[in-house]
Design a protein around this ligand. Structure first.
Ligand SMILES: Nc1ncnc2c1ncn2[C@@H]1O[C@H](COP(=O)(O)OP(=O)(O)OP(=O)(O)O)[C@@H](O)[C@H]1O
Ligand SMILES: [Mg+2]
Length: 369
């Protein structure tokens, strides 16, 4: 993690205040110095003139005072003007430079350069905050663009294999190299259903992640959800030689959820657990009350997940063992859909595993009441 940028705490108002104070101080200093330098000489000259000229001493004193004041005022005003000019140029140049680089950077971001970052101008907290907000915006855009590219690449990659297989079979059939027998039809059907599933999964994950998902929420007993998920998975568990266990604590409250969506969530988790556990192993769902949540824990005694893969398993298209998981028919979208569906219900899901060979555990907390 990058350290939080240091914020310049003094704002632009403080800086303007300092500039004004500088103008005042320089005017006062100049007035004081001018009065000290010019005043005594002027008075002295007028007093000397008063001795041998008509006019009263008072008149001479008044005119000496007027001249000294005029000179002092002129010097003070010039000093104030000069300081104001310098302060304005310095401030305007720094603000202008920083706004210039901001609009140049905004232009580059608009043109698709999301790696652009602004340096903090250090001319006031407001400007530093603006630079930090701008950098956060372009970093987010950068991240989204990266995700979009990866998604496109992944989709293209997923499409390539089944489409290439279908095309090769069609060529072979056309050339008479291959007969249109049951085995050929099976291969073609498997590849098309893989494409159909990919399309359905992509639509589901996009819809769930965009928040556009409509949930048909109704009161459901957690026991009924577990029962339905277990009976749907029982056939596959038997074929895989696994023991399937369900356990619902007696005090769990009724949930207000979309029955089909939560069914899909549990189905995905059971499907993964069954696929990644060797014959003789066990797959279980446990439900407990953890107010204000109801906790569903899907545990298996299978191959487990290495710590470096754990944080990524919920990403779209992420597969720990790409080649093998694809051979199982998985495209790595199941857990992304699962997470989006759980979050759409206001819940959370986390994956745990003590490492390869030590089983995996997925814990879902859904809010009740
Ligand atoms: N119970 C589990 N035990 C071990 N690894 C698991 C388990 N569940 C998921 N994984 C790993 O996480 C990856 C992502 O799972 P996910 O369900 O998203 O994709 P998939 O099962 O490969 O494909 P899909 O669900 O789209 O058919 C899997 O490929 C697998 O490597
Ligand atoms: Mg899966």
């Amino acid at each position: 993690m990058t350290p939080a940028p240091r914020l310049d705490r003094s704002g632009i108002a403080a800086r303007l205040m300092v500039a004004m104070a500088l103008v005042l101080v320089s005017a006062a200093l100049a007035a004081w110095m001018a009065a000290g330098a010019v005043g005594p000489g002027l008075f002295h000259r007028h007093m000397a003139q008063a001795e041998n000229s008509p006019g009263t001493a008072v008149e001479h004193a008044e005119s000496a005072f007027a001249s000294a004041s005029a000179v002092t005022l002129a010097v003070a005003l010039s000093a104030a003007l000069l300081t104001a000019l310098v302060a304005t140029i310095v401030l305007a140049r720094r603000i202008g430079t920083s706004l210039g680089s901001l609009s140049a950077a905004a232009g580059q971001v608009a043109a698709g350069r999301f790696d652009i970052r602004l340096a903090q101008p250090h001319i006031g907290a407001e400007f530093d905050e603006l630079a930090i907000a701008f950098n956060a915006m372009s970093a987010r855009l950068d991240q989204d663009e990266g995700r979009r590219r990866r998604l496109m690449a992944d989709v293209a990659h997923e499409l390539r294999t089944p489409v290439a297989t279908i095309a090769a079979y069609i060529d072979a059939l056309e050339d008479g190299v291959q007969d249109l027998n049951a085995q050929t039809v099976d291969v073609l059907r498997a590849q098309t259903s893989r494409l159909t599933r990919l399309a359905t999964d992509l639509a589901a994950v996009t819809q769930a992640e965009s928040g556009a998902l409509r949930l048909d929420e109704q009161p459901v007993a957690p026991g009924a959800l577990v029962e339905a998920a277990l009976s749907a998975a029982r056939g596959r568990a038997d074929t895989a030689g696994l023991v399937l266990v369900g356990e619902v604590a007696p005090d769990v409250p009724v949930l207000w959820v979309d029955r089909d969506r939560i069914g899909q969530v549990l189905g995905n988790l059971l499907d993964n657990a069954i696929r990644h556990t060797r014959p003789g192993g066990q797959v279980s769902i446990r439900v407990q009350r953890r107010s204000p949540y109801v906790r569903f824990t899907v545990t298996d005694t299978g191959e487990g997940i290495a710590p470096e893969h754990l944080p990524h398993v919920f990403e779209r298209f992420y597969r720990v063992d790409t080649a093998r998981d694809r051979a199982h028919g998985g495209s790595g979208i199941g857990l992304a859909i699962t997470k989006a569906l759980v979050q759409a219900h206001g819940g959370t899901i986390v994956a745990h595993s003590s490492g390869p060979g030590r089983g995996a555990q997925f814990v879902i907390d859904l809010p009740h009441g």
